[in-house]
Design a protein around this ligand. Structure first.
Ligand code: BES
Ligand code: ZN
Ligand code: ZN
Length: 495
C-alpha cells in the first residue's frame, strides 16, 4: 500500500528520498529540496536528463539517509508516462536485500504547468506501485526485495484531495501485479483447473461471484470448440465465470479472456524457438480476472462479468486433429485447419456464451491471439479491432491515458471469405499467412452476435524479456489498467 505524507521534506525520516528533477525547471517549493536539486544539477555527472540518476548519502540538512535524484528530462517534454517511469526507476533503485522504504517527492507544479497535479501524482503512484514487485522467485535465495513502505510527499491540501484516487490506483495496480504473478507461474503449476480455482478464490475474497464449469458441464452445454482444444491434455478444460454486480446495476459489460495455460500448438506443434514461452498464453484470462476483481474493489455502475475459457493445447492420442470438424456453442461448425489457431476456438465458445447468457451492452475480449499482431505492431502495442467506431475510440483513448497502447486495425468485410470451408460453416485459419491478426479477429466476430464488441490482441505486450521502466522482466500485466480505464469511460458514456 502506498501512503501520502506532508511532513516538511528535511524532517522526513526514510532510507531513500527520491527527487525527480528537470534540467531546466525548478519543480519544488520547499527551499531545502530546491537548493539540493540545484546542487545536484550543478554536478557534471548529472544533468537531470531522462533515465539519469544520482545518489547522495547522509546529506546535510536532511534526515533521509540517502537522496536519490532521478532525471525527468526537459520540462516541456513532460508527460504522465515520464512520471510513471521516473517513479518506477526511483523505486527500483531503492530496493535491496532487506525490505526497505522510500519517499517520493511529488513536484509542486506552477501556473504554467500543462499537467494537472493530480494526474502527475496518480502517474507517480502507478509507476511506484508497479515497479515495487519482485516476480515469484523459484530460487532458494532472494536477492532483491520489494519495499515494505512507499510514501508520496505532497502538501496537505493535495494529500486530502488524492486519497480516493490513490485507493483506486492501488486496487488497479495490485490487479496488474496479480495478473503478472499468474502469468509468470510455470504451466506445470497452472493446469486449467488449478488456475480456475486460484482465480475463483481471489475473486471470492473480494466479493465477486465465481463459478467453475468442468468438462462434464461443458459437454452438456455443447461447447465443442473449447472441448476440442482441451482434448489432448491430461488436464481437462474449464470455463470460469466471474460476476461483479453492484446494487442497482445499470447494464452489463462482459470481458472475455483467452486462457490457454500452455500452447504447445497441438498436433500442429510449435517448433523450438516458439514453444518455450507459451505458459503466457493465458495473459488475456489473467487480465480479465484481475480487472473484474479490481472493479469489485473500486466499484462500477454496471455489472461486470468475466468469462474465461481455460484449456491446455497439447499433443496426445486424444488431441483434436487438423481436418476435424467441431460444433461451437452457438451451433456453428468449424473445420480445423490448424490446431495451433486454438485461441480463437476457445474464445468462440466463450464469446457466444457471454453474449447469449448475459446479453451485455458491451463485450470486450483480450487475448494473446496471433504472432501476426506482434509482427504488425511490435512488442509494446496491442491490436484493437471493433466494428463499433465509438467503442474503438473509447478503448484507444483509455490505452493512451494509461499508456497501455492499442492501435486500431481494420475488420474488412471482404476478408471474411478467407475463412470459408468446403465442408463446414467456416475454417479456423485462412488459406495463407497474410493478415493473420485480422483473419483471427474476423473469425471471432462470427460469435459475437449483435453485441457491441471489441477485441484486443495482446500477443506482443503481454510479456517483455527485458525489464521495463516499471516492470521486471517477464509478464507485464498489460490490460488490467486498460480494461479498468475503459470501464470507467464507459460509465460516462451517454447511450
Ligand atoms: N498463442 C499463439 C499466439 C502467440 C504468438 C502468442 C506469440 C504470444 C506470442 C496462438 O495460439 C498461435 O499459435 N497463433 C498462430 C496462428 C496461426 C496458426 C494461424 C500464429 O500466430 O502463428
Ligand atoms: Zn496456438
Ligand atoms: Zn495460443
Amino acid at each position: 500500500m502506498i501512503k501520502l505524507t506532508s511532513t516538511e521534506p528535511g524532517h522526513i525520516s526514510t532510507e531513500t528520498l527520491i527527487i525527480p528533477v528537470c534540467p531546466d525547471h525548478d519543480l519544488y517549493r520547499s527551499p531545502v529540496i530546491r537548493s539540493l536539486a540545484r546542487q545536484a544539477l550543478g554536478l557534471k555527472t548529472f544533468q537531470g536528463e531522462k533515465g539519469e540518476d544520482l545518489s547522495l548519502y547522509q546529506p546535510a540538512d536532511i534526515k533521509a539517509k540517502r537522496l536519490l535524484f532521478v532525471g525527468l528530462g526537459r520540462h516541456s517534454d513532460l508527460t504522465p508516462e515520464r512520471f510513471r517511469q521516473a517513479a518506477g526507476q526511483g523505486i527500483r533503485l531503492s530496493q535491496h536485500a532487506a525490505k526497505g522504504d522510500a519517499v517520493l517527492m511529488v513536484p509542486d507544479g506552477d501556473q504554467d504547468d500543462s499537467l494537472a497535479r493530480e494526474d502527475l501524482l496518480a502517474a507517480m503512484a502507478e509507476g511506484a506501485l508497479l515497479s515495487n514487485h519482485c516476480p515469484n522467485n523459484y530460487k532458494s535465495e532472494h536477492k532483491i526485495q520489494a519495499l515494505k513502505s512507499i510514501r508520496l510527499h505532497t502538501d496537505t491540501a493535495m494529500a486530502r484531495k488524492s486519497q480516493t484516487a490513490l485507493k483506486r490506483i492501488d486496487a488497479i495496480c495490485r490487479g496488474t501485479l496479480q495478473a503478472r504473478d499468474w502469468i509468470n507461474q510455470p504451466a506445470n503449476e497452472k493446469t486449467p483447473d488449478q488456475l480456475a480455482r486460484r482465480m475463483a478464490q481471489a475473486a471470492r475474497r473480494h466479493g465477486v461471484k465465481a463459478t467453475i464449469l468442468d468438462e462434464k458441464k461443458l459437454q452438456r452445454l455443447k461447447m465443442g470448440a473449447l472441448l476440442a482444444v482441451g482434448a489432448g491434455s491430461a488436464h481437462p478444460p474449464r470455463l470460469l465465470i466471474l460476476e461483479y454486480t453492484p446494487p442497482k446495476a445499470r447494464g452489463t459489460i462482459a470481458l472475455v479472456g483467452k486462457g490457454v495455460t500452455f500452447d504447445a500448438g497441438g498436433l500442429n506443434m510449435k517448433p523450438t524457438g516458439s514453444i518455450e514461452l507459451m505458459k503466457i498464453d493465458m495473459a488475456g484470462a489473467a487480465a480479465v480476472a484481475a480487472s473484474v476483481i479490481a472493479i469489485a474493489e473500486i466499484g462500477a455502475r454496471q455489472r461486470v462479468v468475466g468469462v474465461i475459457p481455460l484449456a491446455e493445447n497439447m499433443v496426445s492420442g486424444n488431441a483434436f486433429r487438423p481436418g476435424d470438424i467441431v460444433r461451437a456453442y452457438n451451433g456453428r461448425t468449424i473445420e480445423i485447419g490448424n490446431t495451433d489457431a486454438e485461441g480463437r476456438l476457445i474464445l468462440a465458445d466463450a464469446l457466444a456464451y457471454a453474449a447469449k447468457h448475459y446479453r451485455p451492452q458491451t463485450m470486450i475480449d483480450m487475448a494473446t491471439l496471433t504472432g501476426a499482431c506482434v509482427v504488425a505492431l511490435g512488442e509494446k502495442i496491442a491490436g484493437l479491432f471493433s466494428p463499433d467506431d465509438h467503442l474503438r475510440d473509447i478503448v484507444e483513448q483509455s490505452g493512451c491515458d494509461v499508456h497501455e497502447r492499442c492501435w486500431p486495425m481494420p475488420l474488412p468485410e471482404d476478408y471474411q471469405e478467407l475463412l470459408k470451408s468446403d465442408l463446414a460453416d467456416m475454417r479456423n485459419i485462412g488459406p495463407g499467412r497474410w493478415g493473420g491478426a485480422i483473419v483471427a479477429a474476423l473469425f471471432l466476430s462470427e460469435f459475437t452476435g449483435k453485441t457491441r464488441w471489441a477485441h484486443i490482441d495482446i500477443a506482443g505486450p503481454a510479456y517483455h524479456k527485458k525489464a521495463l521502466p516499471y516492470g521486471q522482466p517477464g509478464a507485464t500485466g498489460f490490460g488490467v489498467r486498460l480494461l479498468c480505464r475503459t470501464i470507467a469511460s464507459l460509465q460516462g458514456e451517454k447511450r
